[in-house]
Design a protein around this ligand. Structure first.
Ligand code: SAM
Length: 366
């Protein structure tokens, strides 16, 4: 008998996986567009409002995660190819004027770039409503307080194994204790409950689903399981390495029944609490088996100043060039609007002719 799947991981009546559908522009938004009152907002041609920007502040990282980077020495961009803090300030100001109100700082590893706390403080002063960071946690314990003082309000920490040896094989570092300490410090701080991101790769760490569930219950952290995407530098991704979110749901639900928590349309995770009232939360992010592009509200700025409208975009768009050629803010706004208008309908990982993007995760910023 087929295992029942939860509503978030359902199938269409014909038995095929549910496919996203981009929404037509909602009527109210069309009226606003018609009246020219959309100056404060960014919409793409499918009517999706873009309100969420991921800014990669560096392409450098102190980890070498096997599903992300290569073990080889990497060709980092020269420092002058990376956006300077004043350039990042100017772009943040422009994006806020376009209705971006959610900014996540990422990388590379954001905490390896000196000055990131000051940048967060300036974003906070600009009035960014929702300011968060994704980090590998290695440098977090010693920086947590300064990040909070700067205005950081949410944090995602990557943790792909609870077993020291395996963690060190995956990250190619000796950082397990430092990361666990970083998680403890964040969890006890105003950033708690911390979100812990685990990318599951079949045969590597998929045996730890239940252990992560237990970790969530014991520590009260929000555990996020992310499907492995074809964005790794070594190009080892195959479909058989993907651990479907529905499987993770079934395994945790069998041990500790889960209850779905409502989520916002544009949220990437389907969220669950434990039915027995234990602390913690489970989130499932299923870009491969249950794409959520139809409600995507995100764009990305790479460390070298390219704007990307999808993780899997074939092209990226050069904002650094415009900044350095002396373009006026209005010209940059017009350019950003034209790029966003052309945002891809979906990522096409499941299309027969799918080709992974030439830029891998490390050079995009997750
Ligand atoms: N250095 C920070 C960190 O480790 O969280 C931020 C950058 S990292 C690229 C951002 C997120 O992307 C991490 O949670 C990481 O696990 C995830 N990631 C990297 N490569 C991935 C892949 N091929 N598939 C899915 N997620 C990936």
């Amino acid at each position: 008998m087929e295992t029942p799947v939860p509503p978030a991981f359902g199938k269409e009546p014909d038995g095929n996986p549910r496919i996203f559908v981009a929404n037509p522009i909602p009527f109210a938004n069309r009226v606003l567009l018609f009246l020219g009152n959309d100056k404060m907002s960014l919409f793409d041609k499918f009517g999706r409002q873009i309100s969420d920007l991921r800014i990669s502040v560096t392409d450098r990282c102190n980890f070498r995660c096997v599903y992300c980077r290569s073990a080889d020495p990497e060709n980092y961009r020269d420092h002058d190819e990376i956006l300077s803090w004043p350039e990042l300030d100017r772009l943040a100001h422009i994006f806020l004027g376009l209705g971006i109100h959610k900014i996540r700082i990422t990388g590379g590893e954001p905490l390896v770039r000196a000055g990131v706390e000051d940048y967060i403080a300036r974003l906070h002063a600009l009035g960014v409503e929702d300011l968060s960071m994704t980090t590998n946690g290695h440098l977090l314990a010693e920086r947590c307080e300064r990040l909070i003082e700067a205005g950081l309000r949410r944090i995602n920490i990557s943790l792909d194994s609870l077993d020291t040896d395996k963690f060190e094989r995956i990250t190619r570092t000796k950082s397990f204790d430092a990361v666990m300490h970083g998680i403890d410090v964040a969890q006890k701080s105003r950033l708690g409950p911390a979100k812990i991101n685990a990318v599951l790769v079949r045969g590597l760490n998929d045996d730890e689903v239940e252990a992560f569930g237990e970790f969530s219950r014991e520590r009260g952290v929000i555990m996020r399981f992310i499907e492995f995407m074809p964005l790794d530098a070594d190009r080892t991704w195959t479909r058989k390495h993907v651990v479907p979110a529905a499987e993770v749901y079934e395994r945790i639900h069998a041990r500790w029944p889960l209850v779905q928590i409502p989520h916002e349309r544009s949220e990437t995770a389907r969220k669950y609490r434990f039915a027995d009232g234990a602390p913690g939360e489970i989130g499932l992010i299923a870009p491969v088996t249950q794409p959520f592009c139809g409600h995507c509200s995100r764009i990305r700025l790479t460390a070298d100043g390219k704007l990307r409208t999808c993780l899997f975009s074939k092209d990226d768009h050069d904002l650094r060039g415009l900044l350095r050629e002396g373009a006026a803010d209005d010209d940059i706004v017009t350019y950003i609007r034209s790029i966003v208008d052309e945002k891809e309908e979906g990522h096409r990982i499941n299309a027969p002719d799918f080709l992974p993007p030439t830029r891998t995760m490390v050079f995009i910023g997750g």
